[in-house]
Design a protein around this ligand. Structure first.
Ligand code: FAD
Length: 320
């Protein structure tokens, strides 16, 4: 029987992030012919026509109070839409906002939550969800005990919707936000200059560790990234040493990424780093120590000095 699914669009800089389309793909698998609703919370968000991406109903809550994420205002807006839709499953991105909002509303509504899903199987009677555990060392399959339930999906893992074009019905909803909904208010947002490509959505990441040796040492990595259209990431070792900003940190206490290609340069491969990148589809490691643990999970390993290898790669990709 068809189910009603509610997707919470992942919004950044007033636009939908790619993961929103992946959520819609997953929602259609779970809906099994039922209705897929998507809610867009924000202010002056550019919302494309979402019928082509698998939405049956688009709920738009546009308000200045939602211009920046704050837990109380987003919770209020979400709960309002949730009551109108009464879904069996709610899907959030496993992003900064999703990781904060999903458990908060699940707790409010008394729902179970399955977090950081990287694969789903909706072919059986009950869907099962695969998620990493023990900092990515193992995977576990989980099935929900009851409905409704909440899911958070890791970006870059599930395919977007490729089914027939739908005609999405758009509902604009006005909500009044008052002082208790605005316990915290964002006064100013200072964007760090971390390059053009969003790390968590990047298809290719060139990442540097302590082996890069200095802030200037990141320059050859940036040049390779520019040629590949990649984002630059880093180990905590590199961040702690002051070679780059913590916004670039990948790992257990940094960002979790799943690119198609991860190029680790001068990174030893500590378990805390692997927790953030071991699900990358192809891993290339460049390290001058042949015993470096990163080689144990790398698909391709280059034993050598990164300052020689990386410029050679850049040159080769430029010619390709
Ligand atoms: P190192 O371990 O010092 O490795 C540097 C590597 O560079 C070496 O393998 C060396 O052979 C190689 N090298 C040196 N020069 C060259 C060269 N010229 N060419 C090629 N290779 C070269 N770490 C994270 O990354 N992310 C996290 O989120 C994170 N969270 C943590 C949380 C906790 C609670 C703790 C305790 C630690 C955490 N760490 C995290 C730190 C982690 O344990 C490691 O210390 C860190 O990942 C090491 O960074 P690194 O690989 O860059 O440095």
């Amino acid at each position: 029987m068809g189910k009603t699914i509610l997707v919470v669009a992942d919004v950044r800089h007033q636009a939908l992030r790619q993961v929103t389309y992946e959520l819609l793909g997953a929602a259609n698998q779970l809906a099994n012919g039922g209705a897929v609703h998507v809610v867009v919370l924000g202010h002056q968000v550019e919302v494309p026509e979402l019928g082509a991406h698998g939405a049956d109903v688009v709920w738009q809550v546009d308000d200045e109070a939602l211009a920046h994420y704050t837990p109380a205002s987003y919770r209020k807006a979400f709960l309002h839409i949730y009551q109108s839709v009464s879904p069996q499953v709610v899907l959030f991105a496993h992003s900064a906002i999703g990781k904060d909002l999903a458990p908060m509303v699940a707790m409010r509504l008394g729902l179970g939550q399955i977090s950081d899903v990287i694969h789903l199987d909706a072919s059986g009677e009950k869907p099962t969800f695969t998620r990493p555990i023990y900092a990515g060392k193992a995977l576990t399959k989980v099935a929900p005990k009851s409905e409704p339930y909440v899911l958070t999906l890791r970006p870059n893992n599930l395919p977007p919707y490729t089914g027939e074009q739908k005609t999405a019905q758009v509902q604009n909803v006005d909500i009044t936000f008052e002082t208790p909904d605005l316990i915290t208010m964002v006064q100013e947002v200072i964007h760090k200059a971390t390059g053009g490509v969003d790390l968590t959505e990047a298809k290719i990441i060139v990442s540097g560790g302590r082996g890069v040796k200095s802030a200037e040492g990141f320059q050859p990595l940036q040049e390779l990234a520019d040629v590949l259209g990649a984002a630059v990431g880093a180990s905590r070792g590199a961040c702690d040493a002051g070679y780059c900003d913590y916004a670039l940190q990948i790992g257990q206490t940094g960002k979790v990424v799943t690119p198609d290609l991860y190029i680790a340069c001068g990174i030893s491969g500590a378990i805390q780093h692997l927790a953030g990148m071991s699900n990358s589809k192809v891993i290339v490691a460049i390290n001058k120590d042949p015993e470096a643990p990163i080689f144990q999970i790398a698909d391709y390993g280059i034993v050598g000095d990164l300052f020689e290898v990386v410029p050679l790669l850049t040159k080769a990709f430029k010619q390709a």
